[in-house]
Write a protein that binds this ligand. Structure first.
Ligand code: AMP
Ligand code: GLY
Length: 433
């Protein structure tokens, strides 16, 4: 392929995150054709959706071959943790494919909390003190609680869609959490090990990098709002809104993040011989101005991506494509907008627990000064857009003032109507001075 040629891209996933990535890539100068699998209604308006189950390797491979895909972006964690990248790169039929997203070993940073904690300990990356226990060590785990002060933080080792973390006020609750992870088998394989860690008190934020394992580019910093209720109350969700940038994450703080967290993480990966090409999402907590890692993710966040993508001025696809060569990626720069972004999630009433689907969504066409990213929505045979998931839409707004970006968002949220629509009223408001 010549430098001037355009490329075909496939994005895997179906959330608001993937719509936002597709939206950004669709504006690239070097894009020929864009495909999303399985995608959602939003991605179908800017790309070709292909209905694929992400565990169907044969279909993924055939789609790549048939559509002459040059670059693949793996959006969600599950195919990464399951080793999709490894499978594809061991396949001689598609050996030139550029894959954004780590192999199985790198994805363990997200796929196993025990692995991630051990890694951080080995490479002196600041994180909460911890111990891990297997299912045969339940009584040792309970004894360990008595060496800590409340609240107690107990985590299932593997992927649990954000539901595997228990913050317990007292020993009794903590013992119940241990029992429920180990013995009620709610988490399957993910709950055969646990991590118990010290509680850190501070303010959370998310830092994202794109790396080829050698150099890295820092993407816009974001803060997401994980709980379902206003004022960070109620159950944990995938995220009910986000803002970017995060006012307290100034250059001084970000320099500390680079020195104490990003740099040693990449050095650690190199020392462990783990190749890593993709995004790393550092879930951080600032404790009195010092960053600690709460968790690693091997992908972009949802809904953080819905505020990150609109703040990248430069061509993201060019940056991703430059990863075909170590020196080319290193030379690239990323231009980040000074604008402030907010995104507010409109969810189906009942989420993150039981909710109904199939309600007609009205009002999207009335919005002209926000971007509507779709997640759980679909179009029916008679052309109606209906709800089709827990998190339905993300309304992203930009302005040179943080407060205005939030105001515009809420003005437009009110234009959208569907039955049992729920959203948090306080996204980003804690950061207004
Ligand atoms: P995780 O899935 O590991 O990101 O944890 C989910 C949420 O639990 C985080 O976003 C934090 O709000 C909270 N959390 C996890 N670990 C800790 C900790 N050690 N101290 C305080 N809060 C924590
Ligand atoms: N918003 C948090 C996540 O994507 O895991």
């Amino acid at each position: 392929m010549k430098n001037t040629d355009k490329i075909n891209v496939l994005i895997l996933g179906s959330g608001g995150r993937e719509h936002a990535i597709a939206w950004k890539i669709s504006q690239s100068e070097i894009l020929e054709k864009l495909f999303v699998a399985p995608g959602n209604y939003g991605t179908s308006t800017i790309a070709t959706n292909i209905d694929i189950d992400l565990i169907d390797y044969k279909k993924i491979k055939n789609t790549i071959i048939e559509n002459k895909i040059h670059l693949l972006v793996i959006g969600p964690e599950l195919p990464l943790v399951n080793g999709l990248h490894d499978q594809l790169s061991n396949d001689n039929d598609i050996k030139d494919l550029i894959i954004i997203g780590p192999k199985k070993e790198g994805a363990l940073l997200e796929g196993s909390k025990t692995f991630a904690k051990k890694f951080m300990k080995n490479y002196k990356i600041p994180t909460a003190k911890y111990k891990s226990f297997t299912i045969n060590e339940a009584s040792e785990a309970k004894n360990y609680l008595s060496t800590l002060n409340p609240p107690y933080v107990i985590k299932a080792d593997g992927l649990a869609a954000g539901k595997g973390v228990f913050i317990c006020k007292n020993i009794h609750e903590a013992q119940n959490a241990i029992n429920s992870i180990f013995f009620e088998s709610k988490f399957g394989e993910s709950g055969k090990k646990i991590v118990i860690e010290e509680f850190l008190s501070g303010i959370e934020l998310s830092v994202f990098i794109l790396t080829d394992g050698h150099s890295y580019k820092i993407l816009p910093v974001a803060k997401d709002y994980k709980r379902i209720g206003n004022g960070d109350t109620g159950l944990n969700t995938g995220g009910m809104g986000a803002v970017s940038p995060v006012t307290f994450a100034n250059n001084f703080f970000l320099k500390k993040v680079e020195k104490k967290i990003i740099y040693p993480t990449l050095e650690g990966l190199k020392k462990e011989n783990i190749e890593y090409k993709g995004f790393i999402f550092f879930g951080l907590i600032s404790v009195d101005g010092d960053p600690f890692v709460i968790e690693y993710n091997a992908r972009l966040g949802d809904p953080e991506t819905q505020v990150i993508m609109p703040r990248i001025n430069s061509d993201l696809l060019k940056l991703l494509y430059s990863m075909k060569s170590k020196s080319e990626f290193k030379q690239q720069t990323i231009d980040i907008s000074k604008l402030r972004a907010s995104t507010i999630i409109l969810s189906s009433g009942g989420y993150p627990e039981k909710y109904e689907k199939g309600y007609i969504i009205n009002g999207i066409d009335l919005i002209n000064d926000s971007i509507v990213f779709h997640a759980g929505s679909k179009i029916t045979k008679d052309g109606q857009i209906v709800t089709n998931g827990g998190r339905v839409l993300a309304i992203t707004s930009l302005n040179d003032k943080h407060e205005e970006a939030i105001k515009i968002g809420y003005k437009n949220v009110k234009k959208i109507k569907f039955k049992d629509c729920y959203y948090r009223q306080d996204i980003g408001k804690d950061l207004i001075k």
